[in-house]
Design a protein around this ligand. Structure first.
Ligand code: NAD
Length: 476
């Protein structure tokens, strides 16, 4: 399969291409993706800029029809798209199909939003004057996405961008061209005018600066690592360009003595290890009070011993591979660092399976303190650590002692502690007796501190980023 860029309504050849490897089985090459250059990006931006005015004038019904078609197609093909996702990124098949379905539902949600676009009529302080507030498209938006949710994250940026009348240039992560290509293929058949949606493959460091630096691009929505996000925000700041960043996490999960042990173990194992721990919302710091600590660690260890790590497409697999060799090495290195810093490691070794892939036993590092590197830096793999604390007050203090603020959770049967935690956890999302990962597709998503910058994604809150507000005064 050749994954070409999609520019101005046509598939676009490039001289250079790169193979796309299945992380469960490196002998399985999915295809070859175009490696675009700055000139390809410039062409895509021109195409979007040329098409933006027409799409901005489209009726809600036209936008509804396009988004509804895309959503229906994705939902009808969720099994095939989910399989592609699992083969390309390494999520298990149920997770892959679930992600594809979520992307379809996101397009359906924003199809509905096209018909619900509202404004405000406000009273003026001056006599006889009417004030009305309306939302307009921002123009051309650049969307930069990571590899770990290769269908859902592009969907939750593309759908509101189009619903609110903007033209799009998508720059997906290098590791997952197949998913981006499949999405573009569906969008290309949706009736969207040529140039309104464009996809450019290429290295972030090459095509990214062209997208961010272009005067024709009015806003950038980025999801990825904090380092890349910071430099994008700095560049956008110099140009006074609207920017939205969703970045990393070091998400705490507090387990109190009064927690239901089964619920706590389920929440922590799911939150820390499912999707191979490669989720920005992964429960990577398990903060456990003394009375339940030993029972909790023993129960998690038992669960880890019963998880099957293996080929993402096999039915019996609970945890698929890490996405590539570089990420795997980074995960293994963090386990070593944690051990050298005094942590006690359960699991965490490289695994050989009957296919050549990037497999690793889930790691639980106990006896850690919150100042160790394992508790300060995002690992982005199947690695979680345990911090033992005295009581709820210490647990909350440790939970908030991090530069990140994406998601946080608490397992408790105490309404008092759950309510206090909801109010005082420094995070954009708080979960009670649920994993820190696993969010709905129609409610606001995002964090605080170094995890997020700018307005929220998803749901009705997405209007804030993808529109600009106009206030008009009328003296009739
Ligand atoms: P990354 O920062 O390496 O890359 C993200 C995207 O940015 C890719 O498309 C990449 O090509 C592009 N890029 C790289 N350099 C660029 C540059 N100079 N200019 C413009 N674009 C550039 O991140 P990743 O490894 O793909 O993803 C993993 C990270 O994403 C983790 O830190 C994870 O926590 C984060 N993430 C956050 C969320 C969230 O919503 N908060 C969701 C998923 C992943």
């Amino acid at each position: 399969m050749e994954y070409k860029s999609f520019i101005g309504g046509a598939w676009h050849e490039t001289s250079d291409s790169t193979p796309n490897v299945n992380p469960s089985d490196t002998s399985d090459i999915l295809g070859h993706a175009a490696v675009g250059g700055a000139d390809d990006m410039a062409r895509a931006i021109d195409a979007a800029a040329g098409a933006a005015a027409q799409w901005a004038k489209s009726t809600p019904q036209q936008r509804f029809d396009v988004l509804d078609f895309i959503g229906s197609e994705i939902l009808a093909r969720k099994a095939e798209l989910g399989e592609l996702l699992s083969r390309e990124e390494g999520k298990t098949l149920p997770e892959g199909i679930g992600e594809a379905a979520r992307a379809g539902q996101i397009f359906k949600f924003f199809a509905g939003e096209t018909l619900r676009q509202t404004g405000d009529i406000l009273a003026s302080v001056r006599p006889g004057i009417g004030v009305d507030v309306t939302r307009s498209p921002i123009g051309v938006v650049g969307l930069i996405t990571p590899w770990n949710f290769p269908i859902a994250i592009p969907a939750w940026k593309i759908a509101p961008a189009l619903a609110f009348g903007n033209a799009v240039v998508l720059k997906p992560a290098e590791l997952v061209p197949g998913c981006a290509h499949a999405l573009a293929d569906i969008i290309s058949r949706s009736g969207l005018p040529e140039g309104v949606f464009n996809l450019v493959f290429g290295r972030g460091s090459v095509v990214g600066p062209e997208l961010i630096g272009s005067k024709k691009v009015n806003a950038i929505s980025f999801t990825g690592s904090v380092g890349t996000g910071r430099s994008i925000a700095a560049d956008c700041g110099k140009m006074l360009k609207k920017v939205q960043l969703e970045m990393g996490g070091k998400n705490p999960m507090v387990v109190l003595d009064d927690a239901d042990l089964d619920i706590a173990v389920d929440a922590c194992v799911n939150g820390a290890y499912f999707s191979t721990g490669q989720r920005c919302t992964a429960s990577s710091r398990l903060i456990v009070t003394e009375g339940i600590h030993d029972k909790f660690v023993a129960a998690v260890e038992e669960r880890l011993n019963n998880l099957n790590v293996g080929h993402a497409l096999r039915k019996e697999t609970h945890i698929g591979p890490v996405v590539d060799e570089k990420q795997l090495q980074q995960d293994l290195d963090y386990v070593d660092i944690a051990a050298k810093d005094g942590g006690k490691v359960i699991g965490g070794q490289r695994l050989n399976r009957d296919t050549e892939g990037f497999f690793m036993a889930p790691a639980l590092v106990t006896e850690t303190t919150n100042d160790m590197r394992i508790n300060r830096e995002e690992v982005f793999g199947p690695v979680a650590s345990v911090v033992r604390v005295k009581d709820y007050d210490e647990a909350l203090a440790v939970a908030n002692d991090t530069e990140f603020g994406l998601s946080s959770g608490i397992c408790t049967t105490s309404l008092k502690h759950a309510s206090h935690f909801k109010a005082n956890a420094e995070a954009g999302m708080v979960m009670v007796n649920l994993p820190t990962a696993g969010v709905d597709y129609h409610v606001p998503f995002g964090g605080t501190k170094a995890s997020s910058f700018g307005s929220r994604e998803q749901g009705t809150y997405a209007a804030e980023f993808y529109t600009t507000v106009k206030t008009a005064y009328t003296l009739p």
